[in-house]
Design a protein around this ligand. Structure first.
Ligand code: ARG
Length: 617
């Protein structure tokens, strides 16, 4: 039995009044950002106890020779406290005091003041090395940032039944999965929701066509074949035959009225679609739980009653709408024919997610074209008091919009026949191309007299991991709001910022460790990591910044931030490796540990980006 949103709250179904709930006071507080955050916070408090709520402003030092981090609070603290009877005579002395008040710890090696009170902090190499070594012992999960949100919903992928998934859905699936993975890593409970379009007027047409083709009711997926072709044929019938059209419209009514025969046909069509999606998800390694639009149908009337009680819904030209300030067109929640639509479903889904699933953060991943829709129903929810007006408070909703996938011609990505490109074909092609590249490399190696011992299975698996990884990475590395050009040659290039390059870089590190002949597990227990040379220190610092970056990527819902970090990491590693001999050097143990730490962090990045790491090339 579905819960009725408009029913008065009882003990088992508490309706949350978010305006008064403790939810709204839980601010989003980054806790691990950046390494020096806590020390500087303590110091500012000691410097100006009369300003207890100052948020430390910390950035990476612009000039590396000055230090690693720079605290920029002095200027604003000066303008805040000037003339209020403090002893300070300007921003510089405030900076000086912040520096002096830094709690003694083995984290900081040295500090200095620059300009009008910028405090430069240089971390201690010993401290950095210890921290990295501890991570190697205790595992990378101990570096996960802590977010103050406990349960989130990521609504992603969400294709529409009977229409094949295309590259647009690829973006939603890839971006959504990464966001979910990042939040999960931060120990947020994530409900991965596939909000499939499994309801709506197109079903009348599909069902009627199904009845026509299979009068006996004997349907199976093979008989229907390609659902998309089936969809097109039925659409053609719908557009060209007015009798059919009328029957199709009647079929919608029968379906919505819950007539058995229609329900069954609908369920069959959905099931065939679902099987098709599942294949794609399996190949991409993406896990989703379907709660399609139809799931929320029973909740729509109650949800609208709640909004009506708040006086939000008005009559306009025969439809029922919610007017939103600043928008010319209102949000239609009941169509003129009395039917519900995308917006009514989304409102009911939001009610359900907030009240039944108790989500604190709901994240919707769709193309930017839908931004207006989300803005409007988020505003409606705020006006209803379901969401706090202050967006830094919980519960909150975020629309994660993304741009188009373009072809080389700069237009929307299509194949020659101008059909949308099918996802499965793309993945197939990526794999085929990778396999060819692997074979080519093998042949080159054999010519040089190198023994190649790959099994067919290994070759196949690697081609898949690299190929799918390349498709994902090419998407994720761009700021999601921009359009990006889909180009196999580019994404499968083994040089530059590509997954292929990064996966190779990782495999190379693994091979350095393997070739040393040392047992890395033993080294972790007995060896000591020392960051002596400049290049070692740079790499070490970058490793330590992993948590900050994940946190930023989560907070701003930007996977490209993590991609940039990963690419930088491989660059820093290259810098280190070209300056510092590893195997056979006096520092071998320490440097192998640094290699291992790099590999561990890289693997975590791959994992968060949904890419399977390769250990051997
Ligand atoms: N099915 C929609 C589409 O393909 C995406 C649904 C997104 N989620 C939502 N709650 N509106 O455009």
């Amino acid at each position: 039995m579905p819960v009725d949103p408009s029913a008065k709250p009882d003990s088992d179904q508490q309706l949350i009044d978010f305006k008064n709930s403790s939810h709204s006071s839980s601010k989003f507080h980054p806790t691990t950002l950046p390494i020096t955050h806590n020390s500087i916070k303590v110091s500012i408090k000691a410097t100006l106890p009369e300003e207890p709520d100052v948020v430390p402003l910390i950035v990476a030092c612009a000039k590396k020779e000055f230090g690693d981090y720079q605290c920029n609070n002095a200027m604003s603290l000066w303008s805040k406290t000037k003339g209020k009877g403090t002893n300070f005579k300007g921003p510089q002395p405030i900076g000086q005091a912040i520096m002096q008040n830094l709690p003694t710890s083995d984290m900081i090696e040295s500090c200095s003041i620059a300009g009008p009170g910028f405090v430069n902090v240089k971390l201690s190499k010993q401290w950095m090395a210890k921290r990295i070594q501890k991570m190697l012992k205790d595992g990378i999960d101990t570096w996960a940032p802590k977010l103050s949100v406990k349960r989130a919903i990521v609504d992603f992928s969400s294709p529409n039944i009977a229409k094949e998934m295309h590259v647009g859905h690829l973006r939603s699936t890839i971006i959504g999965d990464t966001l979910a993975r990042m939040l999960e890593y931060c120990k947020v409970e994530v409900l991965r929701r596939n909000h499939v379009g499994d309801w709506g007027t197109q079903f009348g047409m599909l069902i009627e066509f199904l009845f026509e083709k299979f009068p006996s009711g004997e349907v199976n997926d093979q008989a229907i074949g390609d659902l998309e072709v089936f969809y097109k044929a039925s659409k053609q019938r719908f557009d060209s035959d007015s009798d059919f059209k009328e029957r199709a419209q009647q079929a919608v009514v029968s379906l919505q009225g819950g007539e058995e025969k229609y329900r069954k046909a609908w369920a069959q069509i959905c099931e065939i679609s679902r099987k098709g999606y599942e294949k794609v998800y399996q190949r991409l390694g993406v896990h989703l739980e379907e709660k399609g639009e139809s799931f929320y149908n029973p909740y729509i009337p109650g949800t609208l009653d709640l909004l009506r009680e708040k006086g939000l819904i008005e009559e306009s030209e025969g439809a029922q709408v919610i007017f939103i300030e600043g928008k010319k067109i209102p949000l239609i929640v009941v169509k003129r024919d009395g039917g519900f639509n995308y917006a009514s479903t989304d409102l009911a889904a939001m009610w359900y997610r907030l009240n039944v699933e108790k989500a604190e953060w709901i994240i919707y991943v769709t193309d930017v074209g839908q931004r207006e829709h989300f803005e409007m129903f988020f505003t409606a929810a705020k006006r209803a008091g379901w969401l706090p007006i202050d967006e830094s408070k919980y519960p909150k909703t975020s629309h994660v919009g993304f741009g188009l996938v373009l072809g080389d011609d700069g237009k929307r990505f299509r194949t020659r026949s101008t059909e949308v490109v099918k996802l499965v074909d793309l993945l197939d092609e990526a794999k085929t191309r990778c396999k060819a590249a692997i074979k080519e490399q093998e042949e080159a190696r054999i010519k040089r007299g190198i023994v190649v011992d790959w099994t067919d299975e290994e070759r196949d698996r690697t081609a898949e991991e690299v190929g799918y990884g390349a498709v994902k990475y090419a998407d994720l590395k761009n700021n999601r709001l921009t359009n990006y050009t889909f180009n196999f040659d580019q994404m499968l290039n083994d040089k530059g910022n590509t997954a292929v390059y990064l996966l190779y870089a990782h495999a190379r590190i693994c091979s350095i460790i393997r070739k040393s002949g040392k047992h890395i597990e033993d080294l972790k227990k007995e060896g000591e990591l020392i960051l002596e040379k400049d290049e070692e220190r740079k790499l070490g610092l970058h490793l330590l910044q992993f948590a900050e970056v994940v946190e930023e990527a989560c907070t701003n819902l930007l996977p490209n931030v993590l991609c940039e970090y990963l690419y930088d990491l491989s660059e820093k590693f290259t810098g280190f490796y070209s300056e510092c001999q590893v195997v056979g050097s006096a520092e071998e143990t320490s440097r192998l540990l640094l290699c291992e730490a790099t590999a561990v962090v890289m693997r975590k990045c791959f994992h968060l980006l949904g890419i399977t790491p390769v250990y051997k090339i």
